[in-house]
Design a protein around this ligand. Structure first.
Ligand code: GDP
Length: 469
């Protein structure tokens, strides 16, 4: 390692010690003096601790980021990311362009799920993963698609240059047999039997490279299917380029998605704009320790047209990009008409192309933007802040973690665990604790998030030896 690397590494080591000296000392002070102080004095003290504590965090994260780009690691990541993605894309191209379409084994997917745009794209990607895993050419049936009556191909490139016809000698519903030429796939909610390769599974033959490259290989994998699926038609690309130019889309920029209307109170809780802006401020505060930021730019997408004017009024030191007319169309889109395809295309594109995402992962719009974002960077797994759920894929298999440190429950609501215990994770409370069930003890409750990591579901997929590495 270079001198710079070693100096930086020791700096981080010392920084972690310093942050703990600081926190411990301040908390001891509070314990001794806390009861002599009035409520407002106490609140001020705590605020001081929080502010300086935040500076500690920002410096440490910055140092770590610099460390990770040293020694040519960044260029290795860029090259490996390109190579691995190219390999998967070539496999998908091979799968989708069989030599003889009339003899090809096919998987038919109907794009008529009654749900929003994000949900439908996720439906298509689920079909595509099933196709890859069964080595069947995916035929996407999108006639009268509710987001474009003319079908998928009016918006995105066809999934195949040679094979888009769903006919065949014999057909059956899933699962059929290996020899059935055409198999029809139901929506994931109705799928039976459920195969092992559903998300969040990752393919064994690529898993080492994926885990080495990416902070969340499960999302990287989904992203690869999005990359192939969502190849814009030239017309779509032109529309997006024009929209970008018209709104003066420039980096640095944070993407914020505020999902309201029909979602609030049914599938997600209400979050005020202030909650999102807290994390937007974090992003810029961190960036400003490294470089001068002329304008704090935010791309704000919402299905609630009142959010953008509210944000502009409340946060005059930020520049908000976005379009109230898109949000108006979006509110209509939640009722699934094809009138506002343009709006949702623009919003998801801009969110995915921002430097950081602040949103609620309970929304498929936000999860889709995050998945696409992974195709634009070697590893964008930490470029987000979700105000509610952890990442998930609709219809996924169980999401498990594995304890890497033992824990003894200390407070009510906590659970104990031993190293190697498997935990079914229900959520991260983003306060240092996650919630889940210890599969050994069957106890459910909170455990410190840092003591567990994702347990990847590594599954045998076809290895596509016909496609050169
Ligand atoms: P979810 O309901 O948020 O999980 O996501 P879906 O994509 O399945 O359905 C919500 C639909 O509402 C989207 O497909 C859009 O049509 C619309 N919508 C929600 N949020 C936005 C937004 O920020 N911008 C636009 N243009 N449309 C949105």
């Amino acid at each position: 390692p270079s001198k710079e690397y070693e100096v930086r590494r020791r700096g981080i080591y010392r920084g972690v010690q310093e942050v703990w000296y600081f926190v411990q000392h301040e908390l001891e002070k509070l314990k001794k003096r806390g009861h002599d102080q009035s409520g407002s004095e106490l609140a001020n003290l705590v605020q001081e601790i929080v502010s300086l504590g935040k500076e500690h965090e920002i410096v440490l994260l910055n140092d770590l980021q610099e460390l990770s780009s040293m020694e040519g690691h960044d260029s290795w990541r860029a090259a490996e990311s390109r190579a691995l993605s190219d390999l998967v894309q070539r496999r998908l191209h091979y799968l989708q362009n069989p030599v003889d379409c009339s003899k090809a084994r096919k998987l038919v997917c109907n794009l008529n799920k009654s749900c929003g745009y994000g949900c439908q794209i996720h439906h298509a990607a689920y079909c595509f993963i099933m196709a890859y895993a069964t080595k069947r050419t995916l035929i996407l049936n999108s006639k009268k698609w509710r987001y474009h009556r003319g079908g998928w191909e009016k918006v995105f490139l066809p999934l195949s240059d040679t094979c888009t016809d769903s006919s065949g000698l014999d057909r059956s519903n899933w699962p059929g047999t290996n020899d059935t030429q055409v198999i029809e796939l139901p929506i994931v909610d109705m799928l039976s039997p459920r195969p092992a390769f559903l998300p969040l599974a990752i393919p064994r033959d690529l898993s080492d490279r994926m885990i080495r490259l990416h902070g969340d290989p499960q999302v990287w994998w989904i992203g690869q299917f999005m990359k192939y699926l969502l190849r814009y038609q030239p017309e779509t690309q032109k529309m997006l380029d024009q929209a970008k130019e018209a709104m003066n889309f420039k980096k640095p920029l944070v993407g914020v998605h505020v999902r309201r209307t029909d979602k609030v109170g049914t599938e997600a809780a209400f979050h005020s704009i202030d909650e999102y802006m807290l994390y937007v401020a974090d992003f810029f505060n961190e960036l400003e320790m490294k470089e001068k930021v002329d304008v704090r730019r935010v791309y704000l997408a919402s299905d609630d047209p009142s959010v953008l004017p509210e944000a502009r009024k409340k946060y005059p030191n930020y520049e908000f990009l976005g379009d109230v007319s898109i949000a108006k169309g979006a509110a209509v889109a939640t009722r699934y008409t094809d009138s506002s395809l343009r709006g949702i295309l623009i919003d998801i594109h801009m969110l995915a192309h921002s430097d950081h995402l602040v949103c609620t992962f309970s929304s498929q719009v936000c999860r889709l933007a995050y998945e696409i974002m992974q195709t634009l960077h070697p590893d964008a797994s930490s470029k987000f802040k979700s105000l509610d759920d952890i990442y998930y894929y609709g219809g996924q298999g169980p999401h498990q973690q594995i304890a890497i440190y033992a824990h003894k429950a200390q407070r009510p609501g906590e659970i104990s665990m031993e190293v190697g215990d498997v935990l079914g994770i229900a959520g991260n409370h983003w306060d240092g604790y996650s919630k889940g069930t210890n599969e050994r003890t069957k106890q459910s409750g909170l455990y410190p998030s840092f003591k567990a990591v994702d347990k990847y579901n590594i599954v045998d997929f076809p290895v596509y030896s016909e496609v050169a590495i």
